[in-house]
Design a protein. Structure first.
Length: 298
């Protein structure tokens, strides 16, 4: 790992904390309308099988979400979100999978933790539900706080920055400070730059190029570039001569490339829809880092 790499967050299950490389977080969206895989895993049994398949392909943990956060998405009711995610969380946890619950609601997080989830991933960083910081503080579980400027139905209008790297860094620093002030242990907080959330393509590339500036905040980073629109310009598939990137699944190779870059930059984990390519990528990055360290003077 490079000089800016950070250790695993406190409270992570021991078998993951023992892994000395960037982790791979597989994604299971139990939704009808997610941008990449909406509707594919809406049935609980199918979603559980998908989570197990991600682990078989090299994912270290699985992030389960029941509410789409794609641009323009509306919210679902708490009861509907619970109905979607709880059977999947419980089924995967019972199978020995380390599960993250992707939710902005403290009630959903609480119920998911009771069903076996080990960490909470909140794209709003605890801003949507004021009860979330207290919940994760009391539960003493790792908490992923993403850079977030507003709800999905208006975040495109909020993608205005003077310097996206400096602005995101400063806004994440303020969120970190607020969470600690609310009682969340700093050691348990993971930060996420929020690729695709109030970010245009040029913002995504700038953040990926300067992850070290965000890692300098001293907290583990979760990098979620998987299948995001900004990768489309980098996809060179012959079937897409105009460079439009095709469908989201056509960006899996580009996603794996960003996983290697994120791992080399010291990211704690990458969040991906397809695990095999990124699982290989983070292991290659770890092997290169080890070979580099072996030649460095004592």
């Amino acid at each position: 790992m490079n000089a800016h790499s950070t250790r695993h967050p406190g409270g992570l299950p021991g078998r993951l904390a023992a892994i000395d490389r960037c982790l791979v977080m597989g994604v299971v969206n139990v939704t009808p309308d997610s941008f990449s895989d909406g509707g594919l895993w809406l049935d609980a049994d199918v979603a559980i099988r998908q989570g197990l398949a991600l682990v078989a392909d090299g994912a270290d943990l699985v992030d389960v979400g029941g509410e789409s956060t794609r641009p323009g998405a509306g919210r679902v009711s708490t009861q509907e979100e619970l109905r979607r995610v709880l059977p999947v969380v419980e089924g995967l946890a019972d199978a020995g999978v380390v599960v993250s619950i992707d939710t902005m609601r403290a009630e959903v997080a609480d119920e998911a933790l009771a069903c076996g989830a080990a960490l909470v991933n909140d794209v709003s960083g605890g801003r949507v539900d004021p009860a979330m910081p207290q919940l994760v503080a009391d539960a003493r579980v790792p908490f992923v706080a993403m850079h977030w400027r507003g709800a999905s139905d208006r975040m495109e209008q909020l993608a205005v920055y003077d310097d996206v790297v400096a602005d995101v860094r400063d806004e994440l620093a303020r969120r970190l400070e607020a969470l600690v002030a609310a009682g969340v242990e700093e050691d348990r907080i993971v930060l996420d730059p929020g690729f695709g959330f109030a970010k245009r393509a040029e913002h995504g590339w700038a953040l990926l190029a300067h992850l070290d500036a965000l890692a300098a905040l001293g907290r583990p980073l979760l990098v979620g570039t998987s299948r995001k629109r900004f990768l489309a310009a980098a996809v060179a598939a012959p079937s897409h001569p105009n460079g439009d990137g095709g469908s989201p699944t056509d960006r899996d190779a580009a996603t794996a490339a960003t996983s290697a870059l994120a791992a080399a930059a010291g990211a704690w984990a990458v969040r991906v829809h397809e695990a095999r390519g990124s699982a290989d990528a983070v292991r290659v990055a770890a092997a290169v880092a080890a070979a580099r360290s072996a030649r460095e003077p004592v």
